[in-house]
Design a protein around this ligand. Structure first.
Ligand code: ATP
Ligand code: MG
Length: 432
């Protein structure tokens, strides 16, 4: 029989990897919570028109990457390719603007029909933030600082922040024309995609991956020179505030981002350790989007991180979070095994994490599994312990052993907990 396999471009996140995911999520949650960002969960599919209007038909995402299908009621549905459009739809539909500035975050799967490769999948995951209702450059800097905080807390290095301003609609209109004027004489030398974009979405040509196109755009006019006074002031303030926070960045006038609704600040956080799929976080201001989708004129800024790429980096660094297992219980013999089950339950009720070896195999084999489990201590119950209602506690890092009566173990929980904590912070026991 032919085995059914996962769909191309999707991956299972198996238990030996999922610890990274939980770690990233918990670090992000903690940092977002400290800045009072609130989580929002929107549906995974939406009406296709939301993305067509919200992302723009001339973008790659809408033009060729969307998972679009008709449902049984003949409605055109699309699996969300990114989070912002859905959040903004929800913001408008639920009138969240009434509550003043909204600081929101989300995480979950996104879907794009792309050629799968390392760090690029068809179902992938993003974590993102959106601040709606402020046009203050301080909001731009707040979201950038949160992104850098998260990456730093994960221990990631070799990251750089690229910064640009794409101005407002007026600035972009002028720049767009200048770019078309510059590129038109080279039209035949541009790659096919870029030729196609020349009239529809010329700014996107700046991030073409084609060598010859890149050579040509090297000397293209820079958007910075087309910013009006308001855009200039906003951008200066962003840079000044970033400097004040000690966040370093480089200006990259070619950073235009793929999506049409971006205005003013655009940024990316890029890793030097990821090969071709190097951008781990992309974001910027999108002052035009809420109104474009039928809401009140509302400035906004946000970013999204690609979690697969983050996890690849963490795996390269071997930055494993520590195992959270306190006890691994080894037992052999019928009475001992029954007592082990009860003891595990009582320890869990006392807020310890406990794994019970269920194999009934020789003690030697069970001890090996205890070592591999990442637990701090092993509890051993054999016939003799079962007879006497005792348990042997073995500290796995030092090999030191203590004998307890089972009831004493459960009354000395605080003392044991602090010993577990001390053992954990004293060294390098990592899970797997
Ligand atoms: P890229 O240039 O890599 O295609 P993008 O500009 O399409 O990126 P965004 O729409 O800004 O990406 O999404 C934000 C982040 O989501 C990216 O920086 C990346 O880390 C991640 N991401 C985007 N597409 C994918 C994908 N197909 N698979 C895995 N991660 C992705
Ligand atoms: Mg893309």
């Amino acid at each position: 029989m032919e085995l059914i396999q996962a769909i191309r471009g999707t991956r299972d996140i198996l238990p030996d990897e999922v610890g990274y995911w939980q770690w990233v999520e918990s670090i992000a949650r903690t940092i977002l919570c400290k800045a009072n960002y609130l989580e929002i969960r929107t549906p995974i599919f939406e009406q296709t028109s939301l993305f067509e209007r919200g992302i723009g038909e001339a973008t790659d995402v809408v033009g060729k990457e969307m998972y679009t299908f008709s449902d049984r009621g003949d409605r055109s549905i699309t699996l969300r390719p990114e989070g912002t459009a859905g959040v903004v739809r929800s913001y408008i539909e639920n009138k969240l603007h009434v509550g003043g500035v909204q600081r929101l975050w989300y995480t979950g799967p996104m879907f794009r029909y792309e050629r799968p490769q390392a760090g690029r999948q068809r179902q992938f995951h993003q974590l993102g933030v959106e601040v709606l209702g402020s046009n203050n450059p301080r909001a731009d800097v707040e979201v950038i600082a949160i992104a850098t905080d998260i990456l730093q807390a994960l221990g990631l290095k070799n990251l750089r922040l690229d910064l640009n301003s794409v101005g407002d609609l007026e600035d972009r209109g002028r720049y767009r024309q200048a770019l078309i004027d510059y590129l038109t004489p080279y039209k035949d030398e541009l790659d096919a995609d870029s030729q196609d974009r020349l009239s529809r979405n010329p700014l996107r040509i700046l991030d073409s991956k084609d060598r010859r196109t890149q050579e040509i755009t090297q000397n293209a006019p820079s958007i910075i020179d087309y910013l009006g006074e308001k855009s200039r002031t906003h951008f200066d303030k962003v840079q000044q505030l970033l400097a004040g926070l000690g966040i370093s960045y480089s200006l990259n006038p070619r950073l235009v981002r793929g999506l049409d609704y971006y205005t003013h600040t655009a940024f990316e956080i890029i890793s030097d350790d990821l090969g071709a799929q190097a951008t781990v976080c992309g974001g910027g201001r999108y002052d035009g989007l809420v109104q474009e989708l039928g809401g009140p004129d509302t400035p906004a800024i946000g970013w999204a991180m690609g979690l697969e790429r983050l996890i690849l980096l963490l795996q390269q660094l071997q930055n494993l979070p520590q195992s959270e297992l306190d006890f691994y219980i080894v037992s052999r013999g019928e009475l001992a095994e029954s007592q082990a089950t009860i003891l595990a339950q009582k320890l869990r009720n006392a807020e310890f994490s406990v794994e019970v070896d269920l194999s009934g195999s020789a003690f030697g084999k069970q001890f090996k599994r205890a070592d591999r489990s990442g637990a701090v201590a092993c509890l051993v119950l054999g016939d003799a312990e079962a007879e006497n209602q005792t348990v042997n506690l073995k500290w796995l890092k030092t090999g030191e052993q203590n004998q307890f009566s089972q009831s004493d173990l459960l009354t000395q929980t605080e003392e044991i907990r602090s010993k577990i904590q001390a053992s954990r912070s004293s060294g390098t026991t990592m899970s797997q």
